[in-house]
Structure formats: structure tokens, C-alpha cells
Ligand binder design. Structure first.
Ligand SMILES: Nc1ncnc2c1ncn2[C@@H]1O[C@H](COP(=O)(O)OP(=O)(O)OP(=O)(O)O)[C@@H](O)[C@H]1O
Ligand SMILES: [Mg+2]
Length: 259
């Protein structure tokens, strides 16, 4: 673990969202949303269906442009025109239905967009053996069981596919991790594994924003939370200061705490 608590670096938010607003026609999906996340923090991004959670993640990940507001990465103002630009800046995203190629092998999916190529001029020779070996090592390192890294993704169960997507994501890491309902297709044991991976990553300093409808999952990993309702922030703070019942009351609109 190399958690550099107390250093100046930890005082600068890795991500700061300032007065972010986004509308879709008559629907105001986000209204003046502010948040910040530091190294080693896991933020639970909570709220009912349609609260604006995915919209916020998609703006940070370069899928949507905001109508108003700013994004800062380590104090630098950024505006992404595409998911590739956000990925280039170190923002990795996992969605419930993340992209996979069902006809390609586990190893090929693990290395998608980052394929290792041999150096023969004029040829694009994939180093398949090396990629398979590395995939095997990484998956066994982080405790993900698959029948074989040469199996086609299409033959794996929904939970196994999602575990590989999570493994790929955690392995390539980055500067900021965004997870939108990553465990929705996973069973109890696989979700636990996913939560454990998240904790390990955050202990190494990676800031993570986790969208989940599962309050138990949020409390298992989050250090802080933010709650959206109809696009507005209706609650935020440290998980230590609230109970699960408090959070549910804010999500459903029974109580407001911080604005
Ligand atoms: N591409 C889009 N076009 C039109 N409206 C959209 C679009 N994306 C989201 N919205 C609307 O914006 C609002 C917020 O949606 P969003 O997907 O951010 O909610 P959410 O909090 O992620 O909900 P859920 O928990 O159901 O995933 C909703 O009213 C939704 O219908
Ligand atoms: Mg959503």
C-alpha cells in the first residue's frame, strides 16, 4: 500500500465538478451539481431512478457535454468531446452493460484497444501468447475464476463477463474510476469480490465514484456519498455520519440534509 496521506497531493481534488447542469428537452437531468473527490476516496453516487446519476457520470466520461458548469482534473479545467478523450486523461468507466466482443476470447477482450503487437514492418502481428499469459496472471491475481482465457466471451455467464470487465478495468487502472451499477448482473459472491477489488484499488489511492441502488454495497465501500433527486444534490457527506435509513429517507425525498 502506498497511501500518501497528508501529502499536498491529497489536498487537491482529483476531480471537481462545479455548477454542472444538463437538460434533455423539458427534462432537467442535472441542476447546479457540485462535488469533489480526492485520492483514496470512494464516493457513493446515490438516488432513485431518473435522478441524474448516469447523466453526471456520462458528462465526466465524455459521453455528453454539459449545458453549464466546469470539470477540473487535479485543478486543470477540462472539457471532453468524446469518451476517448476522457480515457486519454485517465478516466476509466464501467457500465452495467459495458462493451465486450462476444466472438473474441477472454484474453482478447482483456486487451481490447491495448493489443500487444510484434514489430515486423508492414504487419500487425498480435502477440496472442503473451496477452493470454498476462490475462491469466492478472485474473488469478485478483481472484477472478474463468474456465479459460482462450474461451470465447459469448460462452461465459453474465456474471463471469462482468467480473472480467471489472478485472480489466482494475488492471488498467487510471486516474479516476467511474462505476455505474457494476454489480447489477453479479451474484452475491461475485459482488463481494468486486467490492473487495474496489477497496484494494482505493487503498492504493485510486478515487472511485460508484453508482449503486444497493445501499449495503454503498456502505461496504464508500467513504463519502452524494445523493441526487430530480437532478439536484439533496444530500452529501461522510458515510460515518449517516445510517442506511437516513440515506434511504433522503433518496426518497422524506428528508433533506446538506445542499
Ligand atoms: N439521452 C437522453 N435523452 C433524453 N433524456 C435523457 C437521456 N438520458 C437521460 N435522460 C433523462 O434524464 C433524467 C436522468 O436520467 P439518468 O439516466 O441520469 O438517471 P439515473 O439516476 O441514472 O437513473 P437510473 O437509476 O434509473 O439509472 C431522466 O429523466 C432521463 O429520462
Ligand atoms: Mg443510471
Amino acid at each position: 500500500m502506498n497511501k500518501d496521506n497528508g501529502s499536498d497531493r491529497n489536498n487537491i481534488p482529483v476531480l471537481r465538478v462545479v455548477n454542472m447542469s444538463k437538460g434533455f428537452g423539458k427534462v432537467q437531468a442535472l441542476k447546479d451539481v457540485n462535488l469533489e473527490i480526492h485520492r483514496g476516496e470512494v464516493m457513493g453516487l446515490l438516488g432513485d431512478n431518473g435522478a441524474g446519476k448516469s447523466t453526471l457520470i456520462k458528462i465526466i466520461a465524455g459521453n455528453f457535454r454539459a449545458d453549464k458548469g466546469e470539470l477540473y482534473l487535479d485543478r486543470e479545467k477540462v472539457a471532453f468531446n468524446s469518451p476517448a478523450e476522457a480515457r486519454g486523461a485517465g478516466i476509466e468507466t464501467v457500465y452495467q452493460n459495458s462493451e465486450i466482443c462476444v466472438n473474441a476470447t477472454v484474453a482478447a477482450n482483456f486487451f481490447i484497444g491495448r493489443e500487444l503487437c510484434g514489430k515486423i514492418p508492414g504487419f500487425r502481428l498480435l502477440k496472442e501468447g503473451t496477452m493470454q499469459k498476462e490475462t491469466e496472471e492478472v485474473l488469478s491475481d485478483i481472484g477472478i475464476d474463468v474456465p479459460s482465457v482462450t474461451a470465447k466471451m459469448g460462452f461465459l455467464s453474465g456474471g463471469q463477463r462482468q467480473a472480467i470487465i471489472l478485472g480489466r478495468f482494475f488492471h488498467w487502472g487510471g486516474r479516476l474510476a467511474l462505476l455505474d451499477e457494476p454489480f447489477a448482473a453479479l451474484g452475491v459472491a461475485e459482488s463481494r469480490k468486486g467490492l473487495k477489488l474496489m477497496r484494494q484499488l482505493s487503498e492504493r489511492g485510486l478515487p472511485i465514484i460508484l453508482i449503486t441502488h444497493n445501499i449495503e454495497h454503498a456502505f461496504a465501500v464508500a467513504t463519502k456519498f452524494i445523493i441526487l433527486r430530480h437532478g439536484e444534490v439533496v444530500g452529501k457527506g461522510s458515510v460515518e455520519d449517516v445510517t442506511a435509513d437516513d440515506v434511504v429517507a433522503i433518496i426518497t425525498g422524506a428528508t433533506h440534509i446538506t445542499k
